[in-house]
Ligand binder design. Structure first.
Ligand SMILES: Nc1ncnc2c1ncn2[C@@H]1O[C@H](COP(=O)(O)OP(=O)(O)OP(=O)(O)O)[C@@H](O)[C@H]1O
Ligand SMILES: [Mg+2]
Length: 545
């Protein structure tokens, strides 16, 4: 395990990872990754879903031992995992106490050192100087206030007594993020930190990352955050030489570098194929000469013929060996998402909501009607009831007041903000069960149900894995696939871009623009909001905040 100093190292903080390699079973995930961070680093780790970004962060945080390579850290590390595990008994106060523990320790150390100094104990001057340096590095006097400010800025619950278990997923994430952003860890590792944040919280996150004294490593599909904050990039997606692409500069520069790298790979591939074809030709020519093309001149002696034949055989062997050792590294085909044909007869009212409210969760009465091809974006601050509304519209939650009407035989596809799938089952089996379920309920006939490979969301090998072995993005892909299996007439998507790769976010956005189904989006994703800028908006206001 790496050595992690629990003490703030301030300007001397450094984290270096050398030749990190991690595999699961026989599958390599990370190979020979090296990086070095100092307090000024703002590193973005990029890569397709399942590429190993979260695994790398776990290695850097000392939570996973690599198969080979090592990590050295001088300084303290704070980590916001992509998925938040928590003790159900813990309260917000416990999280805050944890976040400020180092500061309290530093202050009590300083207090003790000051008393020693006052009573003239030997060596107390040096101890006092060290304690003062530690408290200063942590800015320990201000620790509680910083966390409080961060809690407020993220619109997080501030009541210290409340149990984490009683909070919504988004509320829990915001409390944890506030504790980390308000803290003074030398290294902050943030895995998809923008999920569950509304616009003001996103702005606070970006300001905190940019203005921080210590280093930040971020994994995010939020291009606006990367553009604003990242100053270096580590791209784990495949490249021609099998090494990750490391780039120093801004996001746009990185994108250009990535495109240039892809171009170089394509060129290399083309050249390799030409060389391969030439070697193949050489081999065929040598074989022809050996078999029939070689006619020894009349009167050539038996000895000379034997020598000549031997050299031709050698030449054929050499050419064959050269051909066999010459590999062509095909650029891997990128995965492409294909939204199945969805839709309903034009003109039919698919869904109508009249004055819907859910007490304590959705206070703004909602009236709406959806037809084939309708578009709607539900906006509003954290806690305004967007998820509640989508849940009600899907028929999964009873409203307290108002009415919901679904057209007869309506197929509504609902993607919840967060949901869990059985970790021990294989992705393909869970998908098959979903199809069986919708077919047996008569929602769709077996021949019209969508097959998993048709969607381009998971590769065959990924579909064969157990869900617990899939990355968060791969799990989200499976959930999206399960929603699409029944060819819904209405898509109710709650934060659909959470955990998805940037490439898939683009493909999904494009597909949603074009589909014949009605689409209702609940999202804070700034890119998605701007890409769906022409869609009608339904803004919910919160009475809690
Ligand atoms: N416990 C495990 N057993 C087997 N394979 C695993 C396990 N955990 C992760 N993997 C595999 O390791 C790979 C990398 O996973 P990781 O979570 O690091 O990806 P990621 O880049 O963070 O993806 P995402 O963008 O979806 O968050 C994935 O292909 C995943 O299937
Ligand atoms: Mg991940």
């Amino acid at each position: 395990m790496p050595t992690i100093s629990p003490h703030a190292a301030g300007s001397r903080a450094q984290l270096s990872a050398q030749e990190i390699t991690v595999g699961f079973g026989s599958r390599p995930v990370l190979e020979n990754i090296s990086l070095c961070l100092n307090p000024a680093s703002r590193l973005a780790v990029i890569g397709e879903n399942g590429r190993g970004k979260s695994t790398l962060l776990q290695v850097l945080a000392g939570l996973r031992t690599p198969d080979s390579g090592h990590v050295q850290v001088n300084g303290s590390v704070g980590f916001a995992h992509q998925e938040m595990h928590f003790d159900p008994e813990a309260t917000i106060g416990d999280l805050v106490a944890q976040a400020t523990a180092a500061s309290r320790l530093a202050l009590s150390g300083l207090h003790a050192a000051a008393q020693d100094l006052a009573s003239g104990q030997s060596g107390s001057e040096q101890r006092y100087a060290q304690a003062l340096e530690q408290a200063t590095a942590l800015d320990a006097w201000d620790a509680e206030r910083r966390v409080d400010l961060a809690l407020q800025a993220l619109h997080a619950e501030t009541n210290r007594e409340r149990k984490l278990d009683e909070l919504s997923v988004g509320q829990r994430y915001r409390v944890r993020l506030a504790c980390l952003l308000g803290g003074t860890d030398d290294f902050l590792l943030l895995d998809e930190p923008t999920n569950h944040l509304d616009a003001p919280s996103l702005a606070f996150l970006a300001d905190s990352i940019s203005g921080r004294r210590g280093a930040v490593v971020m994994v995010s599909h939020d291009r606006i955050l990367l553009r604003r904050c990242a100053t270096s990039f580590l791209d784990l997606d495949p490249s021609a030489d099998g090494r990750p692409l490391a780039y120093t500069g801004d996001y746009d520069g990185y994108r250009l570098a990535r495109m240039a790298e892809r171009e170089r790979w394509d060129q290399l591939y083309l050249r390799q194929q030409q060389e391969h074809a030439k070697l193949q030709q050489d081999l065929s020519a040598a074989q022809d000469r050996l078999v029939s093309g070689w006619r020894p001149p009349k009167g050539t002696g038996k000895h000379a013929r034997a020598t000549r034949a031997g050299s031709l055989v050698r030449s054929v062997h050499q050419r064959r060996e050269r051909l066999e050792s010459h590999s062509v590294d095909l650029p891997p085909a990128p995965r492409h998402f294909r939204l199945p044909v969805l839709g309903a007869r034009p003109g039919i009212e698919l869904l109508r909501a009249s004055d819907l409210t859910v007490s304590g969760r959705l206070d703004t009465p909602v009236c709406l009607a959806l037809h084939a091809g309708s578009r709607l974006v539900v906006t509003g601050p954290n806690g305004a009831g967007k998820s509640t509304l989508l849940q009600v519209l899907s028929g999964n939650l009873e409203p307290s007041r108002g009415q919901l009407h679904h057209a007869a035989a309506l197929r509504a596809g609902y993607l919840p903000q967060e949901s869990t799938l059985p970790a021990e089952l294989r992705a393909s089996d869970v998908y098959r069960q979903q199809v069986q379920r919708i077919v047996s309920r008569g929602i769709i006939s077996a021949e019209h149900a969508v097959g998993l490979p048709e969607l381009g969301l998971l590769r065959t090998a990924e579909a064969a894995q157990r869900i617990g072995e899939l990355s968060m993005g791969q799990q989200r892909r499976l959930q999206l696939a399960m929603v699409l299996a029944a060819r819904p007439h209405v898509l109710l998507l709650d934060e659909p871009t959470n955990h998805l790769s940037m490439a898939l976010v683009d493909e999904l956005t494009e597909a949603l623009q074009a589909t014949g189904a009605a689409v209702v989006l609940g999202t804070h994703d700034r890119q998605l909001l701007s890409d769906t800028g022409r869609w009608p908006r339904l803004r919910l206001e919160s009475s809690n905040h």
